[in-house]
Design a protein around this ligand. Structure first.
Ligand code: PMP
Length: 390
């Protein structure tokens, strides 16, 4: 029997491959996976043991579609320290940031609606949105974030429903949106009455310099839905993410969430809440930053040593990814296929909404050891030289 038409773009998204563990002999720069050595395994085990041992048994019961309230209180405190005016009421828990993207798209997008995404952007966002059959308008990413002139042109030409952005250490380019552009983006959202999705899972992971205010903080409370996650700073296997927005939007997202899966695992939310109670997560994040900064530097060094001078590298101040632009003679879809047995990469085409760019590569530097990063860069250099010579 035929599938629903809306699934046509969404079923062949390749995301499963991205998150797969590397095979034997393969080094993977593909998925945005944290370093497994850095999971706070003992602390999480203790916290979950405490959550499990709760005598009331509430950890095994249905609970609350918005998610375990004490955890929302803790997250609101964490966000407030970052200037975000969140409260327990204006936060809703989701199954990772990914479910937040799905629910927001479900709330806003009719088939054929135009939504703006950065070009390139996070491939998983394209997959989440694809199901709702939007028309994509891609806005080029410059070294200081979205091209605001191109964005204004699009907003003037057609009605736009949503603008999706990753302002801090963008996936895939690593770019940070400047303060001036954050202000311009919000002014445009107000002028054209468009909702912005601010997806911020890498915001905590800055290796140099200081953070700029979030769009959410700079907003008037009406034009930003802030999305965040424990995946990059604690562990993605928890599947704990959250959204913060004005109360009306949160209420509607919670209603959709209950239709989708009733609620997130109350046991998991209690375990994470216990972890935050018993530990200083900011100290843990400091350790992550230290390790990932070093890995970023090792990868940049390896790429500079092995890629031709014509290759352009981003130099991210945080996050998980380095973006490489190769001469147009190299088709990175073919390159990724050719290296796959020994080196996994994300070809740039996956990160463009229309999959129409073919000389970029996204490289994650977080998952591998420094020695693997160095070896992987040599493999990449060899593959690129071979492609250029062909
Ligand atoms: N947004 C961005 C920008 C991401 O990079 C990712 C994960 N790679 C997600 C959302 C989804 O994260 P989660 O594991 O919280 O669902």
């Amino acid at each position: 029997m035929d599938y629903a038409e809306r699934t046509q773009r969404a079923t062949d998204n390749g995301l499963g491959d991205l998150l797969a563990a590397p095979t034997k002999n393969q080094i993977s720069f593909a998925g945005g996976l944290p370093d497994p050595q850095l999971f706070p395994q003992q602390e999480l085990s203790l916290a979950f043991a405490t959550a499990l041992a709760n005598h009331s048994g509430d950890q095994f019961q249905y609970s609350d579609a918005q998610g375990f309230r004490p955890l929302r209180v803790q997250l609101a405190q964490l966000l407030q320290r970052d200037g975000v005016r969140a409260t327990a009421d204006t936060i809703a828990m989701t199954q990772g940031a990914q479910q937040a993207l799905d629910l927001i798209a479900r709330l806003y997008i009719n088939p054929g609606d135009t939504i703006v995404v950065e070009a390139p952007t996070y491939p998983g966002a394209i997959s989440a949105f694809d199901t709702y059959e939007p028309h994509y308008a891609g806005v080029p990413v410059q070294s200081d974030g979205m091209d605001m002139v191109a964005l204004r042109r699009i907003l003037t030409a057609r009605h736009v429903k949503l603008i999706y952005t990753v302002p801090d250490f963008q996936n895939p380019t690593g770019t940070v949106m400047s303060l001036a552009k954050r202000r311009t983006l919000l002014a445009l959202a107000r002028e054209f009455d468009v909702m912005i999705i601010e997806d911020a899972p890498y915001r905590w992971l800055r290796y140099d310099g200081t953070n700029l205010p979030t769009l959410s903080e700079l907003d008037d409370g009406q034009h930003v839905i802030f999305v965040d996650s424990m995946s990059k700073i604690l562990a993605p296997g928890l599947r704990v993410g959250w959204v913060h927005a004005n109360q009306a939007v949160i209420n509607d997202l919670v209603a959709l969430k209950s239709g989708a899966d009733l609620e997130s695992s109350t046991l998991t939310l209690r375990g994470v809440s216990q972890y935050l109670h018993d530990n200083d997560i900011t100290a843990h994040i400091t350790a992550l930053r230290h390790s990932y900064r070093h890995k970023r530097d090792v990868m940049l060094q390896g790429l500079r040593a092995n890629l031709p001078a014509a290759a352009q590298l981003s130099s991210p101040q945080g996050g998980f990814f380095i973006w490489v632009t190769l001469p147009t003679a190299v088709d990175t879809d073919a390159l990724a296929r050719q290296c796959k047995a020994t080196l996994a990469l994300v070809p740039g085409s996956m990160t463009y909404p229309l999959h129409d760019h073919h000389n970029g590569i996204r490289l994650a530097f977080t998952h591998c050891s420094p020695a693997e990063i160095t070896a992987g860069c040599a493999r990449l250099g060899h593959a690129v030289q071979t492609a250029l010579a062909a």
